[in-house]
Write a protein that binds this ligand. Structure first.
Ligand code: EPU
Length: 340
C-alpha cells in the first residue's frame, strides 16, 4: 500500500501552542489499514512513533526523534438509536467540537457540556477530557485502535480504558503504543441537563432559563469558555497546563488552616481536588513570562504563546510556576500536556 510519507515537516501549525519543531518523518494516516501499513513497513515499523491528533495536548521543546503519525481518520455516524440511548461513532481525526455540534444537529443531546474543547476525537479518551461537570468517560462506549507493535486491530470497552481524572490507559501502559482509530459514545435518554458546575447554573439563571435545552447548555458552555479561556486560534495555548492536584483530607485541612480561601472540591473517595489556578494566582504568577511564553492574564492554569515563543521557554515558565506553588503550598503540580 502506498503511504504518504513526508520528510522534514514543519510542526508549528500542527500544535496549538504554535511553537517551532520539525518532524524528520511524518505520515498522515486516513484509516486503520494505513496504520497497519506503517507497522508492516520495513523502516517505519520498527521506529518509535509519536501520535498526533489536533496537537492541543502537547508541547514540543525539541524536534521529535519519533516518526510522527498524523491521524486524519474521518467519519461521523449514528450506529444505534432506541428508547434508552443513542450510540454515535466518529473517526479519530474528526475535531471534538465538530462532533459535539454534529450530535446536537442530529437531535442528540449529551455532549454539550464538553463543547469547544480543542483537539480531536481520537485524543479525547487519551486524557479523558472533561469540563463543566462532565467527563468523556461518562459518555464513552468503546473504541477501536491499532496496536503499533503487532498491527492488530483491537476494540476496548470502557472498563479496559482505565479512565481517571485527565488520565487513561493510553497515557500510561499504552502511551505511544497504539493509534486510536474510532470512538463510540453512548448518549442516554431521556436527556437531562447536567448543571452541577455552579458557574454554568448561574449563567443560565442570569439568562432566565429554568429548563434549558441541550442547545442552551451548549451555548452557555461556549459563552463561559470564550469569556474565560484564550482561543488557541488567536493566542497559542494547550488549555490547562497543570492538573488540579488531588490530596487526602489531612493535607487539605492543613492547607485550609493556613489559606482559608483556597478553592477545593470533595471527591467521592474522601480525597479533595485543589484548584491549581487559585494557587498559581495566589502566588502572583498571573502574567509571569519567560521570553514570549506567559501565564495567561485571565486564567492562571493556561500558559500562552504571545508570539514567537519556543517550547523550551514555555517549559521553563511551567517549571517556575511549579516551583512557586511548591514553595508556598508544599504541593507538586503535574503537567497536563505531554512534553516532547
Ligand atoms: N481561579 C483563580 N484564578 C484564575 C482562574 C481560576 O483563582 O486565574 C479559581 C476560580 O475562581 C475557581 C477555581 O480557581 O474557583 C477553579 O477554576 P475553574 O472553575 O476555571 O476551573 P479549573 O479547575 O481551573 C478545570 C479544568 C478545565 C475546565 C474547567 C471547567 C483541569 C486541569 N482544568 O479548570 O479544563 O474547562 O475546570 O470545568 O481540570 C483543560 O483541561 O484544558 C481545561 C481547560
Amino acid at each position: 500500500m502506498d503511504l504518504a510519507i513526508e520528510h522534514d515537516v514543519d510542526l508549528r501549525g500542527l500544535n496549538t501552542f504554535g511553537v517551532p519543531a520539525r518532524a524528520r518523518t511524518l505520515v498522515r494516516v486516513g484509516d486503520a489499514r494505513q496504520v497497519r501499513a506503517v507497522v508492516d513497513h520495513p523502516e517505519l515499523g520498527r521506529a518509535p512513533k509519536l501520535v498526533l491528533g489536533g496537537g492541543s495536548n502537547l508541547l514540543f521543546t525539541r524536534d521529535p526523534d519519533a516518526v510522527v503519525l498524523k491521524v486524519e481518520i474521518a467519519g461521523l455516524r449514528v450506529l444505534h438509536d432506541d428508547a434508552q440511548s443513542t450510540v454515535i461513532e466518529a473517526g479519530a481525526g474528526v475535531g471534538w467540537h465538530e462532533l459535539v455540534r454534529w450530535s446536537l444537529e442530529q437531535g442528540f443531546g449529551g455532549l454539550e457540556n464538553l463543547a469547544l474543547i480543542p483537539g480531536t476525537v481520537g485524543a479525547a479518551p487519551v486524557q479523558n477530557i472533561g469540563a463543566y461537570g462532565m467527563e468523556l468517560a461518562e459518555r464513552f462506549e468503546s473504541l477501536d485502535l491499532v496496536d503499533l507493535t503487532t498491527g492488530r486491530a483491537v476494540t476496548l470497552e470502557r472498563a479496559a480504558c482505565r479512565f481517571g481524572y485527565r488520565d487513561s490507559l493510553f497515557k500510561q501502559a499504552l502511551a505511544g503504543k497504539s493509534v486510536i482509530t474510532r470512538v463510540r459514545l453512548r448518549l442516554p435518554k431521556p436527556w437531562r441537563a447536567q448543571l452541577g458546575y455552579a458557574e454554568l447554573q448561574r449563567h443560565l439563571q442570569r439568562a432566565g432559563i429554568d429548563e434549558p435545552s441541550p442547545r442552551e447548555v451548549f451555548d452557555a458552555v461556549c459563552a463561559i469558555r470564550r469569556a474565560k479561556l484564550p482561543d488557541p486560534a488567536v493566542l497559542g495555548n494547550a488549555g490547562s497546563f497543570f492538573k488540579n492536584p488531588v490530596v487526602n483530607r489531612t493535607i487539605r485541612n492543613e492547607i485550609l488552616e493556613e489559606f482559608p480561601e483556597i478553592v477545593s472540591y470533595p471527591l467521592e473517595d474522601g480525597s479533595y481536588k485543589l484548584a491549581a489556578a487559585w494557587m498559581i494566582d495566589a502566588c502572583g504568577c498571573k502574567g509571569r513570562s519567560v521570553g514570549a511564553a506567559a501565564v495567561d492574564a485571565r486564567h492562571a492554569l493556561v500558559l500562552v504563546n504571545r508570539g514567537g515563543a519556543r517550547g523550551e521557554e514555555v517549559l521553563r515558565l511551567a517549571e517556575s510556576v511549579r516551583e512557586a506553588v511548591r514553595e508556598r503550598f508544599g504541593i507538586e503540580l503535574e503537567y497536563e500536556p505531554v512534553v516532547v
